[in-house]
Write a protein that binds this ligand. Sequence first.
Ligand code: G1P
Length: 298
Amino acid sequence: MRAAVIPAAGLGTRFLPATKAVPKELLPVVDQPALQYVVEEAAAAGLHEVVLVTSVDKGSVAAHFEPNLKLEAALGKPGNEHLLETVRALSDLAHISTVDQDSPRGLGHAVLCAQSAVGDEPFAVLLGDDLIDAEDLLLQHMLQVRQERGGSVIALMRVPREDVSKYGCASVSATDQADVVIVNGLVEKPSVDQAPSDLVVVGRYVLDPAVFEVLKSTAPGRGGEIQLTDALQTLAARGFDGHGGGVSGVIFEGRRYDTGDRLEYLKAVVQLAIKHDELGPAFSQWLHDFVQAQAPNS
Ligand code: G1P
């Protein structure tokens, strides 16, 4: 498996006005764009063919990963070696291609747009709003589960019951592996009382190419959009038939940083800043002092 599809055609409305001229995927999380973490994650899992699903007015998204000779020339002076290396490494990370999603018709539609770029091979989908800590090897584990069990694989996390309606939600049954389940059903953003469990879909998928045919006949679902969750529900209902049906879930207990809304984005920046090799120690000390100074009676 070589391809990772990253949907990046959204309007970023939750972050306006920051995203009026700058794509949401390029907003910095500490010192690199959110999207760079995701492309690095794909490359670390051995997926070096990255397909960005973008829109025509978001050329800067792919430009982040293309060589920039003018910038490289400007960084050619002594003292800038590290920066030059950082900039150059970006264009060596993966082979990046783009496909256009003409209108925002949902995550399922975005995945379908990547069909010709992916071909008839299994592939991964990584959602840029969800950052997975580089030390927690979720995608690698999912690729291994796909190899062992076939079908498609989704990442699941347990969340407090009141949060299930922000996500796709799964009903599952156990396997002989503690963190691997069979997905029996999926529902996109159910109400709390209709949710089949507290296990929700986080933005990592390893998909059998059979998903493309299913997506073509998937009617618009929640929000009038073609939902990937609905197509996966169809594949789950088919069961493991040796023809691309069947869905497994990997229950992830590692660190996920959500950059999808403003409050969660701020938390992600703080958590990743604390872990940053260069900035972490000074930032942690400052944060500690700052919080103490805010506390009542301090
Ligand atoms: C998408 C999926 C949803 C999933 C979520 C994970 O929703 O449709 O099933 O749980 O990503 O982040 P979105 O957040 O794009 O509305």
